[in-house]
Design a protein around this ligand. Structure first.
Ligand code: ATR
Length: 285
């Protein structure tokens, strides 16, 4: 936010609810967006501890916040406290964006569409017909898998440490495309069929930057490798993919676009994506 910004009685309030939340780059990114668009608004981080999420959501209504982002670990539970949930968010089973429409709280999920938009813009990959290996079967994988399937991915394998969770996610995605759940040891059998690998696990995230979720010795130039992690901006998985000649896609774009879609839902204005990205990159340096 610029030094000249003054909050006043007309300032519209926004925030992010998470636990932990101190590391979040959302305030820097969204305050920059409001500033660029000349909107009198302020966005802060709120540390919402277990057992207090319902009170916090009622606070959105009581205090007249226009919007809130929801992050780990509240994206599922928050659905219990909203007045309406957008169909895509309901299908994904998680909400990361709340719009306060005159006291009526509506939940959206901008993670999946944010991911796909950044993947297409940054790699030029055609998702229709694409064959995807997703690593991990947690909350992030659900939104990403849903978005990839709806974009026309021909087949999705989900490989996870806990195979039952991979099978469960595959069962849910089968409504949209051909999907299979496998163990990490099953990757060898399918790896030659894959066009795109997406890491949805936390393996490789700072401070554990020397880890990769899978063996990378077989990577080749016709692969695209994508990692949801954005700290570090280039994970070991992506570095090894790049050295093998593969196309790579880091997690920063997904973070920027999930915030950009939230901004657009709240304000009705196009998000200043370039300035948002610059603000986050400066904060990560
Ligand atoms: P998120 O909401 O970010 O997706 P999550 O729901 O906790 O977080 O999911 C984390 C994912 O990373 C899971 O797929 C997890 O595998 P399990 O289902 O077996 O727990 C995966 N993961 C985390 N640490 C891992 C590790 N050290 N090795 C392999 N997979 C790991």
């Amino acid at each position: 936010m610029s030094a000249s910004f003054q909050m006043d009685t007309k300032t519209v309030m926004y925030g992010v609810f998470g636990d932990p939340v101190a590391q979040s780059k959302s305030p820097i990114m969204l305050n920059r967006a409001f500033q660029v668009r000349g909107i009198n608004a302020a966005y802060a981080a709120f540390h919402i501890k277990p057992g207090t999420l319902g009170d916090a959501v009622r606070g959105i209504r009581a205090l007249g916040f226009r919007g809130v982002n929801v992050t780990i670990p509240h994206k599922l539970e928050v659905m219990n406290y909203l007045d309406e949930i957008d169909e895509h968010a309901r299908r994904i089973g998680a909400v990361n964006t709340i719009v306060n429409d005159g006291g009526r709280l509506i939940g959206f999920n901008t993670d999946g569409i944010g991911y796909v938009r950044s993947l297409k813009e940054e790699t030029g990959l055609t998702l229709r017909g694409c064959r995807v290996l997703m690593l991990g079967a947690g909350g992030a994988a659900r939104g990403v898998g849903y978005a990839l399937a709806r974009e026309g991915a021909a087949r999705i394998w989900i490989a996870n440490r806990t195979v039952s969770k991979a099978e469960e996610l595959a069962g849910y995605l089968r409504e949209y495309t051909q999907a299979d759940g496998i163990g990490l040891d099953g990757i060898g059998a399918i790896r030659q069929e894959v066009d795109l690998i997406v890491n949805n696990t936390s393996v490789g995230m700072s401070p554990n930057v020397d880890e990769t979720p899978i063996d990378t010795s077989w990577f080749h130039p016709s692969l695209t490798v994508s990692d949801l992690i954005y700290n570090p901006m280039e994970t070991k998985l992506l570095r090894e993919a790049r050295l093998a000649g593969a196309k790579t896609h880091g997690g920063l774009g997904m973070f920027i676009y999930q915030g950009a879609y939230a901004f657009e839902y709240w304000t009705g204005q196009p998000a200043p994506v370039r300035e948002m990205r610059e603000a986050v990159e400066a904060a990560l340096r």
